[in-house]
Design a protein around this ligand. Structure first.
Ligand SMILES: Cc1ncc(COP(=O)(O)O)c(C=O)c1O
Length: 403
């Protein structure tokens, strides 16, 4: 499995072999010159961890998303854990989650001392459908639900909550792919109780590492601010400042999951490019659509009805009529210097989760089982030249029909 990023780094797949960078990498992390400058200023300022830069980033990020509050944290995984923990459910309560998702998002449920209940994939969107969440809730129960906007295709959280019989306030959005997506005129993360974003190196707003939770609830935002720093009172980071005090109160459980001002400096400068980057991602997706549409056996990603796709990923399916199977296509593209990835290995295929959840909970997920061997994520990042998209499409066209 090749998830090639420059320098031979591997995104999310530790087993991929080291090697020279692909000529057309799957992803390239662009840290703009302004962001690099801003980091130097923070490094020279005498304050590098959570502080005023982070607070400014939170305001600017919330404004970009259209959210009332944003709380910056160490990762999207930590954000999901905190959002679930703050539901105050009894330990072991069932939480619906797609099986076709990133393993970290399900580890977050486990770390919140809750029990993942796996939901089968929706064949069209690769997210989950109302029917699938209803079936999973009937089978395994559902006290809460993590909704993942797979690849950037927005899902209707209210509709899914209703289908699963879960109060809308118990939905945690995994918006790691959803930054910039919208449905029915509402931006993902603008109106819910908790939407969790990632600023990992490959994400639409790349910082390197980091995450944020957006919420409409001011009290909850304050609670997240405490939870990200050991449960200490909200402005604990100020205790070393002249205006601060050494006193703090621990009134809640907490983690070490704070943001830093170094990350914030990168994030603030990167945010100024985000709207342009989103436009470029959409252009690239349209270019793929136009050039791949005629290739038999290639199933292209659908457009959301009444919504905006965030185009975090461009995921195609290598259907049976294509000729070579997905794994052969990955190898053939790699041989031509084209990096690709697979999103995702279903959670129920992983030994840890099979042991944890048991065979029954990992059975009857037929759509994920069927589509997984067909999934292929093509190179997509705002710096990708048109000519590289054309080269990827040309390579796929040449492979189609071959054995
Ligand atoms: C769908 C999804 N959820 C959660 C995460 C975790 O994000 P982070 O690395 O910021 O913890 C990822 C990361 O790749 C992801 O793809």
């Amino acid at each position: 499995m090749t998830t090639t990023v420059p320098g031979g780094a591997i995104a999310g797949m530790a087993e991929a072999p080291p090697g020279p960078p692909a000529e057309i990498p799957f992803c390239r992390t662009e840290i703009t010159p302004e962001a690099q400058q801003a980091v130097l200023q923070v490094l020279a300022s005498g304050w590098v961890t959570l502080g005023a830069q982070s607070a400014a980033f939170e305001e600017e990020f919330a404004a970009w998303v259209g959210a009332r509050h944003a709380v910056a944290v160490s990762s999207c995984t930590a954000a999901i854990q905190m959002a679930l923990t703050a539901l105050d459910l009894p330990p072991g309560s069932p939480v619906l989650t797609p099986t076709l998702t990133f393993c970290g998002a399900v580890q977050a449920i486990v770390h919140a001392r809750l029990r993942p209940v796996l939901v089968d994939a929706d064949e069209r969107t690769l997210g989950v459908s109302p029917e699938a969440v209803a079936a999973a809730a009937a089978r395994g129960g559902g006290a809460a639900m993590v909704v993942q906007h797979m690849a950037g295709h927005p899902l209707d959280c209210a509709e899914l909550a209703e289908a699963a019989g879960i109060p809308p306030g118990r939905v945690v959005e995994d918006a790691a792919h959803g930054l910039g997506a919208a449905l029915g005129g509402r931006a993902v993360g603008s109106d819910g109780r908790a939407a969790c974003f990632s600023f990992y190196a490959t994400k639409n707003l790349p910082i390197g590492e980091g995450g944020a939770i957006t919420t409409v609830d001011s009290d909850l935002a304050e609670r997240f601010r405490r939870m990200r720093l050991h449960g200490m009172s909200g402005d604990a980071w100020r205790r070393y400042h002249r205006s601060g005090t050494w006193r703090y109160t621990v009134a809640d459980s907490g983690m070490k999951a704070n943001f830093t001002d170094v990350q914030a400096a990168i994030g603030r400068a990167q945010l100024a490019h985000l709207t342009r980057w989103q436009r470029r991602r959409a252009e690239l997706a349209a270019r793929y659509d136009a050039r791949l549409g005629e290739i038999p056996g290639l199933i292209l990603p659908p457009r959301p009805e009444g919504g905006t796709h965030a185009w975090h990923l461009y995921v195609v399916r290598i259907g049976p009529e294509f000729g070579p199977d997905r794994d052969a296509v990955v190898d053939a593209l790699a041989a031509r210097g084209i990096g690709t990835s697979v999103h995702f290995i279903p959670v129920h295929h992983q030994p840890y989760f099979r042991d944890l959840l048991g065979a029954d909970a990992c059975a009857n997920l037929p759509v994920a089982d069927r589509v997984f061997p067909q999934l292929l994520s093509l190179p997509l990042h705002p710096g990708l030249p048109d000519a590289d998209v054309d080269a990827v499409c040309g390579a796929l066209a040449a492979l189609a029909g071959s054995r």
